[in-house]
Design a protein. Structure first.
Length: 521
């Protein structure tokens, strides 16, 4: 890595060395618990938490306006501030809830364990009060990702059944075929020296194809030259995700007049809705044709949209918003993870051989892995887990819905607490030699392994865990199994990733890959 990535490496010794400097306590204050009340009474005031200098009324606004720019968004500047202030710092901006940034996984553990007692846990950090507000002002129903309260609960409950591991697994053949098409596409475009110049765009298309199967139960030919629908939706989804970051770091002036971030966000949502509606109409025409021909709908493999419309009785517009929500994540988050995964795998021929041996021992040379097969492929699972440790998609925010004491400081109710997973996953106290891509470090680790588990939760945890987790995991498992069984990958050993971090983590520079078919193919 280079550029600002070098700054991150230099900052680890400061920000992560201070991770365990404080007591790792995080306690919810409960009026029925005298010990928590006593702890609150003796705790230091919130204003004493380190952070950018605060002034009366305007808070840290001067620092916010001068440090956070288009070139250096809050995702990068927050890493600078961890270097300056240690593992815990506060940020107070007028018009936004107070924010507390931390790299302590124990705090996250306490909050997740407490979530079960909250009827409506909230993300905070602008997701509900900023993006939720904006979502209600534009012309479409809000995405579940930005909602709170009963609205969120209703949508999450309606969407729960299709996202279970068993239901997601009914799309295994389709997702495997998407990986197969990606490989075939790469063979058609590789150079004479077998190099793909940049894998990022193709992996976006692969991610879109996978999630369209799940959302609409429809095959979108994303690798066909000139497929305008795929091109348009991929662009709209990336624009949408970029504008989430822009909105979160923007001052709430859009509540007074339509600012540029507001207008860009609205356009991206409307663009996705228009394309999604076209996909929906195409799918229902297909269903009508099947009915006319006397074919029976596969009850086991029901798409998200079909479930929401038929089983849950959501309106077409509501179902479409939730479809676009998941589609945007599939285009961006899953594809970025796949880029990082294949980049590291391509540098390790021994690891590729071990993956090949594992996959072929379970599924042979041509079998499609199913839900149970992956339980017998620990190395495949651990490669994905290791990628997500090093490259979590984004920080995880949570709103403190009661007063808390964290590291001996009073943290008042309605404070947003942001967990910087990127630094937590690279803490040498949790992960020896943390910069090294080593999937074998996860051998013997179990989901119950306490702090290590809470030090690597890229999909979050608790009732607000990422909705698309099971789909994303299956996509990545099937991609890795397919690619390593079919190809030998390599790249320049000196090549590095330059990371971009508006909100989500992605590769800023092109990612080259050398791809050669194995002899048995």
């Amino acid at each position: 890595m280079n550029g600002w990535s070098g700054l991150i490496r230099r900052s680890f010794s400061l920000s992560l060395a201070s991770l365990h400097r404080h007591s790792s306590s995080a306690v919810y204050v409960n009026e029925a618990d005298p010990s928590s009340l006593a702890l609150w009474k003796s705790a230091k005031p919130f204003k004493q938490i380190p952070g950018p200098k605060c002034y009366p009324v305007i808070g840290a606004l001067p620092t916010f306006l001068t440090r956070i720019t288009k070139e250096r968004p809050i995702g990068i500047v927050s890493l600078d501030w961890f270097k300056e202030y240690g593992s815990l710092y506060k940020l107070i901006i007028p018009g936004m809830s107070p924010a507390l940034f931390t790299t302590d996984p124990d705090v996250f553990k306490v909050m997740v364990q407490n979530e079960a007692s909250n009827k409506y846990p909230l993300r905070g950090f602008g997701f509900e009060d900023k993006l939720g507000w904006v979502s209600h002002k534009i012309d479409v129903p809000p995405f579940m990702f930005f909602t709170g309260g009963q609205e969120w609960k209703t949508l999450r409950s309606a969407m729960a059944k299709p996202a279970t591991p068993r239901k997601v697994a009914t799309f295994s053949n389709q997702l495997y075929d998407a990986a197969q098409e990606l490989g075939t596409h790469w063979l058609s475009k590789k150079s004479k020296d077998f190099y793909i110049t940049d894998i990022r765009d193709d992996l976006q298309r692969w991610g879109l194809k996978c999630v369209v199967w799940f959302v609409f139960n429809k095959d979108l030919p994303v690798f066909e030259e000139g497929n305008q629908m795929a091109d348009d939706f991929a662009k709209a989804a990336v624009n949408f995700n970029n504008n989430i970051g822009s909105m979160l770091q923007a001052l709430p002036l859009y509540k007074l007049y339509p600012t540029a971030p507001f207008k860009n966000f609205k356009k991206a949502v409307n663009d996705m809705h228009a394309i999604g509606e076209s996909m929906m109409k195409s799918r229902f025409k297909q269903l009508q044709k099947l009915a006319q021909e006397g074919e029976v709908l596969n009850e086991e493999r029901v798409s998200l949209v079909e479930h929401l419309l038929i089983k849950e009785k959501l309106t077409k517009e509501q179902a479409l918003s939730q479809a676009c929500d998941l589609l945007s994540a599939g285009v961006d988050a899953s594809s970025n993870t796949a880029v990082f995964l294949l980049h590291h795998i391509s540098k390790k021929p021994e690891l590729q051989q071990a993956l090949y041996d594992e996959v072929t021992s379970v599924c042979g040379l041509n079998g499609v892995p199913d839900f149970n097969d992956f339980q017998r492929m620990p190395l495949v699972r651990n490669c994905i887990k290791e990628t997500l440790r090093l490259y979590p998609a984004a920080p995880i925010p949570r709103l403190a819905q009661t007063d808390m004491v964290i590291h001996g400081y009073k943290v008042p109710k309605n404070t947003s607490i942001i967990f910087e997973l990127f630094l937590i996953g690279r803490d040498p106290k949790l992960y020896p030699n943390p910069e090294h891509f080593n999937p074998y470090r996860w051998e013997g680790k179990k989901e119950q392994d306490g702090l290590v588990t809470f030090g690597s939760l890229p999909f979050g945890a608790g009732v607000r865990m990422c909705y698309g987790r099971r789909l994303a995991e299956l996509e990545l498992h099937l991609l890795l199994a397919n690619i390593c069984r079919r190809f030998v990958l390599s790249t320049d050993q000196s090549s590095s990733l330059e990371l971009s971090k508006l909100l989500a983590l992605k590769s800023k520079n092109p990612v080259r890959l050398c791809i050669k078919e194995r002899e048995h193919v």
